[in-house]
Ligand binder design. Structure first.
Ligand code: AVI
Length: 318
């Protein structure tokens, strides 16, 4: 039997593997070994992240979905008739709540680095929302969007949707330059996780079932597979800690012994206890985030939160 061609239009700007190799080598040569969080999202990583979103400890996804459901009419009004561009769309679950409330939106553009995951998600949206044109753009959303190469984004009013507190994975200075870059999309709806106690935050990032650990360690498997490295995953351990002064969860992979890893022609040494930083996840108060948005030239016009003040959804205007 023949597989049906996907009805989804794909614009593919996936960075070449060479970029991955050089970024990994650069990151592992620094005194504090670091990998960009965007490398966590290969196919397996995206699946594991979806599993994180379902965990009882990971309150972010269900809280943001509840906020979207509660204020769907208000958020839908903010969308107006614009082309809805979702940055880091993943499996595009949240957008369904908005599309239900905003039948006037007829074009959706999902931007994500994980190509297959993105195509599947867009195909499912087109199947479930008759009349919706869902377009897949495989790209690193932290880089300027190649709008000139995407006809659906030209000469049409757009609005950016950036849920999930993915903005928290950028350093605060990067948030400002990122917001300036995505200002080409017009207004933005941004999900931002709020500051709260370490007793809630740390289990959200280091769950009892070990899915968060598997998600982080998967990047080592990806490096082994795609770059010909020989990380022994049994010799590394995941750690997550809330740094209250900095207002961020710090996620890292620690080496359990002194060891040397081969990566192509390079050799990378780890001391016992040395860490490889995989992610920061910043938490903001509503005021802190609005100040950052204003520094980037946006006007915060509305913020929606849940009753426990766990999570916030901001409408930023140009
Ligand atoms: C994608 N991002 C918002 C997640 C977060 O909460 O910072 C990534 C994550 N990493 C481990 N758990 C979740």
């Amino acid at each position: 039997s023949q597989t049906k061609p996907s009805p989804v239009k794909l614009y593919d700007f996936h960075p070449p593997v060479e970029d991955f190799r050089s970024a990994v080598l650069r990151g592992l040569s620094q005194p504090q070994k670091t990998l960009s969080p965007k490398f966590l999202y290969d196919k397996r990583g995206s699946e594991l992240f979806d599993a994180i979103c379902q965990l009882p400890e990971y309150y972010l996804t269900r809280t943001e979905m509840a906020i979207l459901r509660t204020y769907a009419e208000d958020v839908a009004a903010a969308l107006d008739h614009r082309v809805l561009v979702e940055l880091g769309s993943g499996s595009s679950q949240k957008i369904r709540i908005l599309l239900d409330a905003a039948p006037q939106v007829t074009t959706y553009v999902g931007v994500d680095i994980s190509r297959q995951h993105l195509q599947e998600a867009c195909a499912a949206l087109m199947q479930d929302f008759g009349g919706l044109d869902a377009i897949a753009v495989c790209a690193d959303y932290t880089q300027p969007l190649p709008i000139a190469a995407i006809p659906e984004l030209q000469n049409r009013p757009t609005i950016g949707f950036f849920p999930g507190s993915s903005i928290g994975n950028l350093e605060p200075a990067e948030v400002i330059s990122f917001l300036k870059t995505v200002a080409v999309l017009g207004d933005l709806i941004v999900g931002v996780d709020l500051k709260k106690s370490a007793a809630i935050l740390e289990p959200a990032y280091d769950d009892a079932q070990g899915v968060s650990a598997a998600f982080a360690l998967n990047v080592l498997e990806r490096i082994n597979r795609e770059l010909g490295a020989d990380f022994d995953l049994t010799q590394f351990e995941y750690r997550a800690h809330y740094n209250e002064d900095q207002g961020r969860i710090e996620m890292a992979i620690a080496s359990l012994c002194d060891q040397t890893v081969r990566l192509g022609n390079a050799e990378i040494s780890f001391r016992q206890g040395e860490t490889l930083r995989t992610e920061h996840s910043y938490k903001y108060t509503v005021d802190e985030f609005q100040l950052l948005a204003m520094e980037a030239g946006f006007k915060p016009v509305q913020v929606w939160t849940d009753e426990n003040q766990l999570f916030s959804l901001h409408h930023l205007k140009q």
